[in-house]
Design a protein around this ligand. Sequence first.
Ligand code: MN
Length: 302
Amino acid sequence: MNARTPLLLTSESVIAPRRVEQVVTGRAVTDGDGVRINRVLTQTHQRRLDPFLMLDIFGSDSAADYIGGFPSHPHRGFETVTFMLDGRMRHHDSAGNEGLLEPGGVQWMTAGRGVIHSEMPEQEEGRMEGFQLWLNLPAKEKMCAPWYRDFTAADLVRFETDTGAKVQVIAGTSHGVASVVQREATQVLYLDIELAPGARFSQPLPAGHNAFVCAYRREVRLGEGAQVGAGETAIGHGQMVILANEGDGVVLESTTGGRAILVAGRPLGEPIVQYGPFVMNSQAEIHQAMADFRTGRLGTMT
Ligand code: MN
């Protein structure tokens, strides 16, 4: 399938939509070499949103906000998923992978036992915008071999529903449409959803799976009258909604049209110990990761 022949599918039904548990606006941070980021999923949400560890939104028309990029740095114990909306970033890593992230593309990197990489802007002006999600690995896979893959916008599988939604499946399976990225332990579902004015999208979700929605264009409403605040039912750019686990799925609607990502996964229920770019299950494993990084056993950039 390619981008020019979208499937038109009947929207699946959700009878008891999950309610909104919390709306998170995020906080401004800088990371890498001075890149300005809105961090919406922070360490305080790691237990509640297990297996997700972090969600950053970056977006600026000003080169000063991103030009420093993310020079060489290590990771161990989890996966990073970067979804580019605009701009171009060049990736290099110690496993010998190189890739160019372009608008609409996705980079999936499983750090496993260790990767050192750089993510640098390949532009000196213009807009840079996207998401980076950190997805945890189960204890038994934290020391797996690193894995890396780039998907261009045309590589991503997509479909449309008879209710006016255009959906790209970045990970997992929706409405029978499967991404090439499937994760057995976390059952991760990562959808990019574009709603036309008046459109609606329903996604059944297993009750035990933790889930959130983050809007990034105009407004998106949690369906069936779910309130996101006093008298407010819409979320706007950069707002994340944590969904309660009760109910059989999520319903998104938009009056004006809008776009959002929907992310869900099965919690691992294992200890989470993070020190910067290392996420393991114990302090001893963090100390080992730091020692391995110092002595070059985590990888070296060529
Ligand atoms: Mn990184």
